[in-house]
Write a protein that binds this ligand. Structure first.
Ligand code: AKG
Ligand code: FE2
Length: 194
């Protein structure tokens, strides 16, 4: 069993952080890294095409499709360990998720820029649950109205971070480059498509 929750209050939102939610994060990291058919789609930024600076994959209940960075993804079936985690999250948090985005950061050069998980198909005020395995990386949050300070959390391997409603409405988050990091990290964000 895990040791407990740390609540981080944000102006216009909040986070629940469980540092050691998973009993064996390294096993999940290795299984996902080796079995997921990772993709690196092209994204268009300011009229130029780039490869996403990380690998990704989308899973979910049958029949769901999801728009990400202008790309429409049909969700692939849940791998067993992730449907089990989805069920555990429902039992322990009460939040019911029907899909998950997997991101694989191969080393400290892979990254994700500032954004909110506020796509219209996630509804008015989504809850996002984020599980990390592999290398520790800094997760940064900044308010959309520049008045409060940036927040930084080092996400441990095996941790669960819940971004509670209405955090996505008022805050953006990012996974910046960390030059010293040579190990990979996989993050799973559980979401609910309406
Ligand atoms: O890798 C992370 O911790 C963040 C992932 C994220 O923000 C997303 O998938 O929308
Ligand atoms: Fe996000």
């Amino acid at each position: 069993m895990f040791s407990g929750v740390q609540h981080i209050l944000l102006e216009g939102g909040g986070l629940d952080y469980y540092a050691d939610y998973l009993a064996d994060p390294q096993a999940l990291y290795t299984e996902l890294r080796e079995t997921i058919p990772w993709e690196q789609p092209l994204i268009t930024l300011y009229g130029q095409q780039h490869q996403t600076p990380r690998l990704l994959y989308f899973v979910g209940d049958a029949g769901l499709a999801y728009q990400y960075s202008g790309i429409r993804h049909a969700t692939a079936p849940w791998p067993k360990p992730l449907s089990q985690l989805r069920d555990r999250l429902l039992a322990e948090t009460g939040y019911d998720f029907n899909c998950a985005l997997l991101n694989y950061y191969r080393d400290g050069d892979d990254r994700m820029g500032y954004h909110s998980d506020d796509e219209p198909e996630l509804g008015d005020s989504p809850c996002i649950a984020s599980i990390s395995v592999g290398a520790e990386r800094d997760f940064c949050l900044k308010p959309k109205s520049g008045e409060t300070k940036m927040q930084k959390i080092n996400l441990a391997s095996g941790s669960l971070l819940i971004m509670l409603p209405p955090t996505q409405r008022y805050w953006q988050h990012a996974l910046p480059v960390r030059k010293g990091v040579t190990q990979g990290r996989i993050n799973i964000t559980f979401r609910k498509l309406l």
